[in-house]
Design a binder for this molecule. Structure first.
Ligand code: MN
Ligand code: MN
Length: 272
């Protein structure tokens, strides 16, 4: 069971390295999701309405462990009401506290992770909760049985060693240089989808803090989301993170984020 999706804004970017700004994203992604320039239908033929997509608003900002606890408890309370959390970041540090809640409701979870970066650092610039580290914390705590990473183009020796540390078959890194359009992540059971917008090429999503050329097209990301549920998998939660409005061009990246949110919401509704 996926449950009805509920939007949850997480305006938090204090764990960003290099450049902040993602905390300003949630209201702008929500605005793009509702934009009258488009309609309320997902490409897959599901109409998104106030009745089938909830909105829990934005969390009040806090700092450090207090904010992680606030995120975890907000997500847990939506799950307890049978809803599927669809979180709007914020930077990628939000995903660790979200997963702490999701994994309690959905053991044997797989994660589909779209990103230019593996985000597997043991620590980054002295911060173990950096947006460069969430998947190290998630796997250390056993919050997922499998992590499939797509769109990568910054893999280094440390992160390759980190991936190996969690055991064979747990982390599957698909580097962008090996990308094939017919790639099948072979997921089944409950799946959490986390979309870091820098996984897309900056030509499609310039509004991010860490632009890495050579990434996925918007079309490739939407096709991946549409294929998630094709082999018995169902989406129990998702997030769209790392939108940085201060780096955007004419709101283009917000519209990409809004479209991705629509297709994720529809996958949740289709999954029962
Ligand atoms: Mn990331
Ligand atoms: Mn990234």
């Amino acid at each position: 069971m996926s449950g009805r999706p509920v939007l949850l804004g997480i305006p938090w970017d204090e764990n960003s390295s290099y450049r902040r700004g993602a905390a300003a994203a949630p209201p702008l992604i929500r605005e793009a999701f509702h934009a009258e320039s488009s309609n309320a239908w997902a490409e897959t033929g599901i109409e998104l309405t106030a009745d089938n997509v909830g909105d829990a608003g934005d969390l009040e900002p806090a700092s450090g462990a207090a904010m992680r606890e606030r995120i975890e408890s907000a997500v847990a309370s939506e799950l307890a009401r049978g809803r599927a959390p669809l979180s709007l970041g914020g930077d990628h540090a939000v995903t660790y506290p979200i997963l702490r809640a999701v994994a309690r409701t959905h053991p044997r979870l797989s994660i589909l992770h779209i990103d230019a970066h593996p985000d597997l650092y043991d620590e980054f610039q002295g911060n173990r909760f950096s947006h460069a580290c969430p998947f190290a914390r998630i796997l250390e705590e056993g919050l997922a049985q499998r992590l499939v990473q797509l769109g990568l183009r910054t893999v280094n020796r440390h992160q390759r060693e980190q991936a190996a540390r969690f055991g064979s078959g747990v982390v599957e890194m698909v580097e962008m240089r090996h990308w094939r359009d017919d790639f099948d992540p072979r997921l089944d059971g409950p799946v959490y989808v986390t979309v870091d917008l820098d996984g897309l090429d900056p030509a499609f999503a310039p509004g991010v803090s860490h632009r890495e050329p050579g990434g996925l097209t918007t079309r490739q990301v939407l096709d991946l989301i549409h294929r998630v549920g094709s082999s018995g998998a169902f989406v129990v939660g998702a997030d769209v993170v790392e939108y940085n409005p201060s780096q955007d061009v004419a709101g283009l990246t917000a519209m990409v984020a809004g479209r991705i949110v629509k297709e994720l919401a529809a996958q949740m509704l289709a999954g029962g």
